[in-house]
Design a protein around this ligand. Structure first.
Ligand code: 5GP
Ligand code: ZN
Length: 133
């Protein structure tokens, strides 16, 4: 069964909750903070999550600082598509295409977003259970 894309949009909490200057994922994208990178190109970076919840847990991150799903604009349509296709590629390379994996985008507090730079979780390598807690 293919992975599932969770999109839980919530009202924007207003201003940038994390300025680009001190954003951890901006710094990882720039190479100023180390991370176990699996992939990078002009628009995207993918690296291992520091606190994995499954044997395979990576984050696909745009280089551009976009705080939350609420901040996406029509111009970002192709960026989202590239993020999902990169997730598919990396999950496939990890041997997860058949067993399956999950794609998660958290938005704001109720979804548990803690890093306010858009990131797509790619999680797999074990049965993940139900979708909604
Ligand atoms: P969120 O809850 O915001 O969707 O997920 C943020 C994720 O980023 C968490 O799974 C967390 O473990 C991961 N994370 C937070 N800080 C770092 C870091 O400095 N390096 C890496 N590789 N992952 C991080
Ligand atoms: Zn950022």
């Amino acid at each position: 069964m293919p992975g599932v894309l969770l999109l839980k949009a919530h009202r924007s909490e207003g201003a940038d909750m994390s300025a680009e200057g001190d954003c951890i994922f901006c710094q990882i994208a720039k190479g100023d903070i180390p991370a176990a990178k699996l992939f990078e190109n002009e628009r995207l970076v993918a690296f291992s999550d520091i606190q994995p919840v499954a044997p395979f847990h990576i984050l696909v991150v745009p280089r551009e600082h976009i705080a939350t799903i609420n901040d996406l604009r029509r111009k970002d349509q192709s960026l989202l598509g590239e993020m999902v296709l990169l997730a598919q590629k990396l999950a496939g390379e990890a041997g997860l295409a058949e067993s399956g994996y999950r794609l998660v985008l958290n938005c704001n507090a109720d979804a548990g977003q803690v890093v306010f730079h858009l990131h797509l979780h790619v999680i797999g390598g074990k049965p993940l259970g139900g979708l909604v807690s």
